[in-house]
Design a protein around this ligand. Structure first.
Ligand SMILES: O=C([O-])C(=O)C[C@H](O)[C@@H](O)C(=O)[O-]
Length: 423
């Protein structure tokens, strides 16, 4: 006997703002608040599914339109839901809204809008079946998912820095202190450094200091395409044998291919391969050897598994990207990584940098740098309605949405574009 469909009756989309320290990257500095949209998907049987995504104004408008378009569809009909969203957003005149600070402009709009609804549908499916989301993705292949310590350069005197306990990291000693604190609290067993802030030589010195302080931990450096091809080749040579991969040293598939021909370590990306149509040219040009997945722009958890399959077939490594995020996203990332055999690198997370959340505490804990895959039905996390209301009020009050439509970070160098390397 076939079970009855579980029909979507609506979706509540709540933009929230949470405090984000003034972390530096190539584009600029994180604003005092990061924005996210929380999706609560309502269904006719009363089950509610959770999703989390970006919250720039254009993305919010698309989410609202998508939510209307999927009313009445069965949460198991993910192909139909994606098609309805695709059709709906094609009719919109909304422009902009890459949701990720201008870094990932070529990702698919449909994939970005569909993703939080897909996660929410999987949450409902899991709750209806009494199974964790990882079981809907093929079943977990690891009990806990390892993450890396994600280090950022940071000025102590920057507005906003007075609210956090992280101190300053503007030189190698500062980076090592930050790593010691983060690893001491979370137990991470890999380190990623967000570069592209200071000169390549200063950042090479930072990585070498980390290597001396943590001789056994895998290291990565990610300047978000701030370097020319020549600079990238020079940095790759200096860091040969020191980093496990170099992430997005330079923009574009052709530039990355030139660097890859000379570099001894793998090159990774979350910038030049962010959609399925970019995989074939990347493989043909041998531009990258590791792809960072991210279900928020690869179209959800199932399509991220599809990406994993493509990477596996073409001999590409697989890692996982993050932006500033809350607990619903972390739960989704953990189910996905837990059920993806070839995701063998420690995943990125911004988790240590935040102090607020919309989910009830207790489920998502870092032990030895890893988070256990939840075993309860669905995603395994629950909304704290009071916290959601408070962070929504913070969104209304903080003014971020009026200052910068990315809702995420502001530039300290308005002349810089990602297609124009700085060094
Ligand atoms: O390459 C990355 O890891 C990112 O793009 C993640 C974030 O946007 C990161 O750069 C940040 O938070 O500043």
């Amino acid at each position: 006997m076939t079970a009855a469909p579980i029909r979507i009756t609506g979706a509540r989309i709540t933009p929230v703002a949470f405090v984000d320290p003034p972390l530096l990257n190539t584009v600029g500095v994180h604003q005092p608040y990061a924005l996210r949209a929380i999706i609560q998907l309502d269904t006719d049987g009363g089950l509610v599914g959770l999703g989390e995504t970006y919250a720039d104004t254009a993305h919010l408008l698309r989410l609202e339109a998508a939510a209307e378009a999927i009313v009445g569809l069965d949460v198991f009909a993910l192909n139909a839901i994606r098609a309805a969203i695709d059709e709906k957003i094609a009719t919109l005149t909304v422009t902009g809204g890459d949701g990720v600070a201008g870094m990932i402009t070529t990702a698919s709009t449909t994939d970005r809008v569909f993703s939080p609804f897909e996660v929410a549908c999987l949450d409902v499916q899991g709750k209806a079946l009494g199974r964790p989301v990882s079981d809907l993705l093929g079943g977990k292949v690891r009990d806990a998912v390892p993450f890396s310590a994600y280090l950022f350069y940071k000025w102590a005197g920057h507005p906003g820095a007075e609210h956090d306990e992280w101190g300053e990291a503007v030189d190698p000693d500062g980076l090592v202190r930050q790593a010691q604190k983060m690893i001491g609290e979370y137990g991470f067993e890999a380190i990623k450094v967000k570069g592209g802030v200071f000169s390549p030589d200063e950042e090479i010195a930072g990585i070498k200091a980390l290597r001396a302080a943590f001789p056994d931990l895998p290291l990565r450096l990610d300047p978000n395409a701030a370097w020319t091809v020549d600079t990238s080749i020079r940095v790759a040579s200096e860091l040969d044998g020191i980093v496990e991969y170099l992430e997005d040293p330079t923009p574009g598939l052709d530039g990355m291919a030139e660097v890859a021909r000379e570099a001894k370590m793998p090159l990774a990306t979350n910038m030049c391969v962010v959609a399925f149509d970019q995989l074939k040219p990347a493989v043909l040009k041998d531009s990258v050897q590791v792809v960072l997945s991210d279900h928020h722009y690869w179209g959800g958890l199932q399509r991220s598994r599809l990406l994993a399959g493509v990477c596996d077939n073409f001999g590409l490594g697989l890692s996982m990207h993050s932006n500033s995020h809350l607990g619903i996203s972390l739960a989704a990332m953990v189910h996905l990584a837990g059920a993806t055999p070839n995701l063998t690198y420690a995943c990125d997370t911004h988790w240590p940098w935040k102090t607020e959340d919309v989910v009830k505490p207790g489920v998502l804990k870092f032990v030895d740098g890893a988070v256990a895959v939840p075993t309860t039905p669905g995603l395994g996390v629950e909304i704290d309605e009071d916290a959601l209301a408070a962070l929504h009020q913070q969104y209304l009050d903080c003014g971020v949405r009026d200052r910068d439509d990315t809702g995420y970070m502001k530039s300290v160098d308005p002349t810089f574009e990602n297609t124009c390397p700085r060094w």
